[in-house]
Every structure is written in C-alpha cells, then in structure tokens.
Unconditional design. Structure first.
Length: 151
C-alpha cells in the first residue's frame, strides 16, 4: 500500500467512525437485513429504500469496530442514487478490493474513497469487518430473511 493510500485510510476510518453517515433506522425502508460478524462482534443492520430500481435511500444501525462502522458509513454514502445493478457491481468490486484481487494500490480515481479499504487485505480478520455491511446490503436487496453472518 502506498503512503498516500495509507494516510487516506487512517483519515477515512477515523472520520467515518467518529461521525458515521446515514446512521439511523429507516421507517419507510423497503428492504432490510441484519448482519453479524461473530469473529469481531460487529452487528450492522442495513435499511434500503428502493424505488424504480434505484437506491433512493440507504442507512444503517448497529454496533461494531471502527472498520465495520466506517465501511457501512462509506457504503451508504456511495450507494445513494445508484441503481440496484450498479450497487451489485460495486459490491463485487469492493469484495475484490478487500480480498486483494485488485492489488495493493487500486485505482483511486475509479473507486473513490472505497479504495482505502485496500488496507484491510493485509489483515484477514478485518476483511470480514470491512465487508459485513456490503454482504448485508446484498442480502437485503435479495430479500433474504435469514441473518447474515460472515462465517
Ligand atoms: Zn469488526
């Protein structure tokens, strides 16, 4: 990971952990799923408001480590206004990123702030923290009722 990305990583995680975006229960959500990462103890609930194939609104609630919260916060900021299929594609991309398939220095222009999560590939336990919100979002989209665990 290059220096620029490492500094950005620390900045983004600190910022989103301190003041998480879209951190609220959504009363009019059309999709909902609960996520749980037993390895770390992260609980993240995802709320989605889908209209005409678009993510009109997305929010999250729960408790977890800084990485799981920052990831959920950044995910919700990123997905708002995207289509459902764009959101699914971003999930794939994010998954490739945190599992190291995009390499240590991914394209920041393409991924935006999400690129900072390249940092977690060095810590396998943290991959689950970073991807919990995303897995939960996908389950919410597909309306699966069962609880997501990253195991
Ligand atoms: Zn965690």
């Amino acid at each position: 990971m290059n220096q620029e990305l490492r500094e950005l990583y620390q900045q983004v995680i600190l910022d989103h952990n301190k003041s998480p975006r879209n951190f609220r229960k959504m009363e009019n959500a059309t999709k909902f799923a609960e996520g749980y990462n037993p390895l770390c103890g992260d609980h993240i609930d995802i709320y989605l408001l889908i209209e005409d194939g678009m993510v009109k609104d997305v929010s999250f609630k729960g408790e977890g480590c800084a990485i799981s919260k920052a990831s959920a916060s950044l995910m919700t900021s990123t997905l708002k206004g995207k289509t459902v299929s764009e959101s699914e594609k971003l999930f794939e991309k994010f998954h490739d990123l945190v599992t190291g398939k995009l390499g240590e220095n991914p394209d920041i222009d393409e991924l935006g702030k999400l690129a900072v999560f390249a940092g977690v590939q060095e810590f396998p336990v943290r991959v689950k923290c970073a991807s919990l919100a995303w897995h939960t979002m996908i389950n919410a989209l597909h309306n699966k009722d069962e609880k997501v665990t990253t195991e």
